[in-house]
Design a protein around this ligand. Structure first.
Ligand SMILES: Cc1ncc(COP(=O)(O)O)c(C=O)c1O
Length: 389
């Protein structure tokens, strides 16, 4: 489906069925799909059935749609669409990179204590099977208010002679701290170490341009802040590293490109059949956001909403923040002093149609605020939070 313009209802919120009657503040867990996005996915499933699921026309559609998805993602994140591999989620992208490096026993990985449990598990599994050493920089709580320079210095100090890979999130899922990626990438490049960035909490939030500031490996997921369907993500690889990274998972998609530049394009890491109609969700979801405003305009509005939420939560009086005072992403993590556990509070809020979640380490509640979140969502959260103290 060509996406130049999608039909939007007046006012961004009315486009999202998930926002009806709810204060939905869980975009970092899973985002919400616009009506136009849902329609496009439904249409794609129907188109494929009507054309003949395995037909020349459908195969051509799949190939064209893949290109459209990469172009749409590149219009948000920058970089050349040829450097994008379509995968199913951010963790899969991380695994492709981790297993694509030629390791020797005793090689070293630098990561942090604030990585998502799935990516952390992937690092631990890799290390156990390849006999690698892992160092974790402590970023969870102690470093939230450290300066960017101090954080970059922590990475410089952690890199050793045998370090081959640094694995880190752009935005930490537990505190919402945005990390100084350009500085970390520069330190890695100086040391000849590859950088793998988990962009699950940043893609669709942080304005970025991978053309201007290339990152070695950047993985994104489509179903959180971007508002695509679950099951669609991307691994973006710095051009020079595409032929360098080894293929681990191989199938008909990774071997069907016979062009002269087949080893120079990131699609060499795409494997086999996936739910192709879900791909359609991403160009439409991205178009919906772009029709509202530029990445910077959306981010500015989002930070305004984050500040409002912090101010309102602060008035409750028993809230301690774990997110940096100077908001830098859409995530706000906080502890609530009192007799109830955070899990109890989250469950009570959900029963009142207020959706946030708990995170471990630090033990906290986490609200995710989008640019289209509004004062009503924020006051509903605070009102119900007060009521359940
Ligand atoms: C930082 C981070 N990384 C990875 C994930 C997992 O995402 P996915 O299921 O797309 O791999 C999440 C969220 O669940 C996350 O917050």
């Amino acid at each position: 489906m060509e996406v130049s313009k999608v039909n939007l209802v007046d006012g961004q919120r009315a486009n999202f069925p998930a926002l009806e009657g709810k204060a939905y503040l869980n975009f970092g867990g899973q985002g919400v799909m616009a009506r136009a996005t849902l329609d496009a996915v439904r249409d794609a499933f129907e188109f494929i059935q009507k054309e003949g699921p395995f037909s020349a026309k459908t195969l051509k559609w799949i190939s064209d749609e893949g290109e459209r998805v990469k172009a749409a993602l590149a219009s948000e994140l920058g970089g050349d669409p040829d450097c994008y591999a379509l995968v199913q989620n951010a963790t899969e992208g991380c695994n492709i990179v981790m297993w694509g490096i030629n390791w020797s026993p005793d090689d070293h990985i630098v990561t942090t204590d604030a990585e998502h449990s799935g990516v952390d598990a992937a690092v631990r599994n890799l290390a156990a099977r390849q006999g690698l050493r892992v160092s974790k920089i402590l970023l969870s709580i102690s470093s939230v208010d450290k300066s960017d320079d101090e954080i970059v210095a922590m990475f410089r100090d952690a890199i050793e002679e045998r370090t081959k890979l640094v694995v880190v999130s752009h935005v930490l899922w537990n505190t919402g701290r945005r990390l100084p990626l350009a500085g970390i990438q520069a330190v890695c490049r100086e040391a000849g170490v590859q950088l793998l960035v988990d962009g699950a909490q940043s893609a669709g939030v942080i304005p970025m341009n991978l053309s201007k500031e290339p990152i070695d490996f950047y993985t994104v997921t489509g179903h959180k802040w971007i508002g695509g369907a679950e099951g669609v993500g991307a691994l973006i690889i710095r051009r020079e590293l595409i032929p360098w990274l080894e293929k681990t998972f191989v199938g008909w998609r990774s071997s069907m490109n016979f062009a002269d530049n087949a080893e120079q394009v990131a699609s060499r890491f795409e494997v086999a059949t996936t739910s192709f109609p879900l791909w359609t969700s991403l160009p439409v979801a991205i178009r919906v956001h772009q029709q509202w405003g530029t990445a910077q305009e959306r981010f500015d509005k989002q930070l305004e909403n984050v500040k409002l939420l912090r101010a309102e939560l602060g008035r409750i009086g028993v809230v301690d923040f774990y997110s940096p005072a100077d908001a830098s992403s859409g995530l706000v993590s906080f502890a609530v002093r009192g007799a109830k556990t955070h899990a109890q509070i989250a469950a009570e809020l959900e029963a009142s149609n207020v959706m946030i979640r708990t995170v471990p380490l630090p033990d906290a509640l986490r609200a995710s605020v989008h640019y289209f979140s509004n004062e009503n969502d924020i006051s509903k959260l605070c009102e119900h939070l007060r009521a359940c103290l």
